[in-house]
Design a protein around this ligand. Structure first.
Ligand SMILES: *Cc1c(COP(=O)(O)O)cnc(C)c1O
Length: 355
């Protein structure tokens, strides 16, 4: 894609429209079509997208928002940033997404929203979560930073609840050349409000209706995404095949590795290919020795983070999160991973457990 992307970047530079403009509007239209929703509001990052969603539904200090403790920090950070309280619910032992069965017990009169995270590229159990939200009149915001392009019962991630938010951080399934994000909704009022909030709460030039953010997406990033989006569906298919290939080859060769579980009613875009092993340190060292990089998504549950220690969360409520945090490790993954590379990784992975 290099020639096309280079050309698009140069076009933006020559146009001197660096903020918003045609490339951004074109991207928003294409992204909305891709997801199948009425509105897409592009923004500066996934974090800004989540923050804007909470601002749009008027989350106030003291309000509670239910989310998972097994995610990237941003999911809870934006809740706490507004002075609201992140209320954590433990995860499912197979998908590592928020466990819908445990949500109802955490709902109080202060609960305003549920923010499930579609972790590693597989959507959370959105039907069950939406049903609970409906019963208690709550908003559901899908943190789809890792799941853009994934499907749940035939519908795309970001089109499964009141609001869906994704990220174009370079390592996400659809990445740009810096920070970027997008918000999706079918709600006319929320869409309009988020668009205004994203640009300093400005309803028309120098007329400020709300306290907002500078949360705009750069035109250069939009131009890059406009090219990459054309190849994204084919990349998703490759990612899925490589994910299945990892799983079947690993299962063939070892009983000591827990591979990702993808539910039959969903697809995964494998933002990460993460496995669980008992002796993680040994596996990581061995793989690194053979030039195979690894990462841990995520080593520390959010309720154990110093910045959130004021919440005084009861750790005994999160046995699944505790266990998964100790065992999880991610293997190299991208749409451009070759079968030879994958075989090499699997060889050394299996070897590392045979010691
Ligand atoms: C990456 C990520 C974010 C934040 O997105 P940025 O674009 O980096 O701000 C939020 N939530 C999850 C689950 C993520 O993986």
């Amino acid at each position: 894609m290099k020639t096309e992307i280079d050309h698009s970047i140069l076009n933006v530079i020559e146009s001197t429209t660096f903020i918003q403009g045609e490339e951004v509007s074109k991207l928003e239209k294409s992204l909305a079509d891709f997801v199948g929703v009425k509105y897409c509001i592009s923004c500066a990052s996934g974090t800004d997208g989540l923050l804007l969603s909470l601002m749009a539904i008027d989350v106030q200090p003291g309000d509670e928002v239910i989310t998972t403790p097994f995610t990237f920090f941003a999911s809870a950070e934006v809740i706490a940033f507004l002075g609201a309280v992140p209320v954590f619910v433990d995860i499912e032992p197979d998908t590592y997404n928020i466990d819908p069965k445990l949500i109802e017990a955490k709902i109080t009169s202060k609960t305003k929203a549920i923010m499930p995270v579609s972790l590693y590229g597989q959507c959370a159990n959105m039907d069950e979560i939406n049903a609970i939200a409906e019963k208690y009149n709550l908003v559901v915001i899908e943190d789809a930073a890792q799941s853009f392009g994934a499907e749940y019962k035939g519908k795309k991630s970001c089109n499964l609840s009141t609001i869906g938010v994704t990220s174009f951080f370079p390592s996400k399934p659809l990445g740009c050349y810096g920070d970027g994000g997008a918000i999706f909704t079918n709600d006319d009022r929320l869409a309009q409000k988020m668009k205004i909030l994203m640009n300093h709460g400005q309803s028309e030039r120098y007329v400020h209706k709300y306290i907002g953010l500078n949360g705009r997406l750069d035109a250069i990033q939009a131009a890059i995404l406009n090219v990459k989006l054309k190849y994204f569906t084919s990349e998703i298919n490759t990612r899925e095949q490589l994910g299945f290939r990892y799983t079947s080859l690993i299962k063939e060769r070892s009983n000591n590795i827990i591979t990702p579980v993808i539910k039959p009613d969903r697809t995964s875009v494998y933002a990460q290919y993460s496995i669980r092993v008992q002796n993680r340190e040994m596996v990581i060292n061995k793989l690194n020795q053979f030039g195979v990089p690894t990462a841990i998504h995520y080593p520390i549950p959010l309720y154990r983070q110093e910045a959130l220690s004021y919440l005084k969360a009861d750790i005994r409520q999160f046995p699944v999160t505790e266990e998964v945090c100790r065992e999880i490790v991610s293997l190299p993954f991208s749409a451009y991973l070759s079968h030879e590379e994958q075989d090499y990784i699997i060889d050394h992975l299996v070897e590392s457990l045979e010691v």
